[in-house]
Write a protein that binds this ligand. Structure first.
Ligand SMILES: Nc1ncnc2c1ncn2[C@@H]1O[C@H](COP(=O)(O)OP(=O)(O)OP(=O)(O)O)[C@@H](O)[C@H]1O
Ligand SMILES: [Mg+2]
Length: 349
């Protein structure tokens, strides 16, 4: 192997914590002769460095949770690769898979569903330690004591039940549980969506503090582009199962390369009234297509204000975007004879 081939994909030049490469995940819909495969995620690639926050945004049904569930191996991977710390996850089974699972934890939108209502908080927080470690009950209790304080609650809260807490407090408990096994990656799937803005801000501060003290990385899934801007180092934008664009957060926000990203951003309010007026609001025509019958070529072309003939014929491959990251759009990959704009970046401001 020559030196060049040995250089890994991460931006830092080190092996990334997580590498997702050409991921495809499908659900089987219906039974017997009428069964059909719904391809929920297709050709999705991204990486997350150690201690980094990578956000995935996109409308409902774009495949964000499916991607997360493929990473935790709670859904089968149909094609592609997922490597954690350089180890291929799609080939693991049994004990090895359980060990990896303790290294990737999830926090969901609704802590009610992730916390057992009849279990004391003490036991909920210590449960991952019981499943994944050899710690005895004393050591687990001591760990729960530390964890509850690490998320800004008090040791006396350990002897209560989930119903005794507010939504924000329950999310803190869910976070304590998620970091119990010292995972290297925590996937937050809409973890802030059910909270009011001030509670969201408190949880964001907590996640940031945990990132620094425990050096975890986050895969942060959200609809809300406004929230993600303040958390993520890099962001990926999904639409109908595909990654349309990814890159450093500021580049994606200030100079979105994909027309879909531009449309999503145009709906995000800007604090400055003059800049808000200057921003063109892009309303996309039509609805998201049926995922069982996705459009040929680029899946966004049926709603794209800038679609060209080639968009119906060829699936656009990820192409380096000006300013960092990648964009899968023929505007950026095609030559000038097709109206392509390999160096042009659309601006919303
Ligand atoms: N259990 C399932 N069985 C069949 N299809 C599913 C299942 N879960 C998701 N899908 C389909 O897979 C596609 C991707 O769904 P997914 O839940 O990953 O999207 P999402 O981006 O997480 O959306 P949301 O923002 O609403 O959470 C959608 O078309 C959805 O209808
Ligand atoms: Mg989801």
């Amino acid at each position: 192997m020559n030196d060049q081939a040995a250089v890994p994909a991460g931006t830092s030049g080190k092996t990334p914590l997580l590498e997702v490469d050409d991921l495809e995940v499908a659900y089987r819909i219906g039974r017997g002769r009428r069964a059909q495969d719904l391809i929920a995620v297709s050709g999705v690639s991204f990486h997350i460095d150690h201690g980094e926050t990578f956000a995935v945004v996109g409308e409902s049904g774009s495949g964000k949770s499916t991607t997360a569930r493929a990473i935790t191996r709670t859904l089968p991977v149909r094609a592609g690769n997922i490597r954690l710390g350089g180890r291929e996850l799609t080939e693991l089974s049994g004990r090895e898979l359980r060990r990896i699972r303790s290294d990737v934890q999830m926090v969901f939108q609704d802590p009610y569903s992730s916390l057992n209502p009849s279990m004391l908080i003490r036991d909920s927080i210590a449960e991952p330690l019981r499943v994944h470690t050899d710690l005895d009950s004393h050591a687990r209790d001591a760990a729960a004591h530390d964890l509850i304080q690490a998320v800004g609650l008090l040791p006396e809260h350990l002897n209560r039940y989930p119903y005794e807490f507010s939504g924000g407090q329950r999310q803190r408990i869910a976070i304590a549980r998620a970091i119990a096994t010292s995972p290297s990656l925590v996937i937050c799937d809409e973890a802030l969506s059910a909270l009011d803005v001030s509670t969201q801000n408190q949880i964001i501060r907590l996640l940031e503090e945990i990132r620094q003290t425990k050096s975890v990385a986050y895969l942060f899934i959200a609809h809300d582009l406004a929230v993600v801007r303040h958390i993520a180092d890099r962001v990926g934008v999904m639409y109908l199962g595909r990654m349309m664009e990814s890159g450093p957060t500021e580049r994606v926000y200030n100079a979105p390369a994909h027309p879909y990203t531009e449309a999503l951003l145009s709906a995000v309010p800007v604090p400055h009234p003059r800049r808000q007026r200057a921003r063109r609001r892009m309303l996309l025509p039509g609805d998201v297509p049926n995922p069982l019958e996705p459009p040929s070529g680029c899946v966004f072309r049926t709603r794209c204000p800038r679609a060209m003939d080639i968009c119906a014929e060829e699936v656009p491959m990820p192409f380096p975007a000006v300013g960092g990251g990648e964009v899968a759009c023929h505007l950026h990959t095609s030559g000038p004879e097709l109206g392509g704009e390999s160096v042009r970046v659309l601006s919303t401001a």
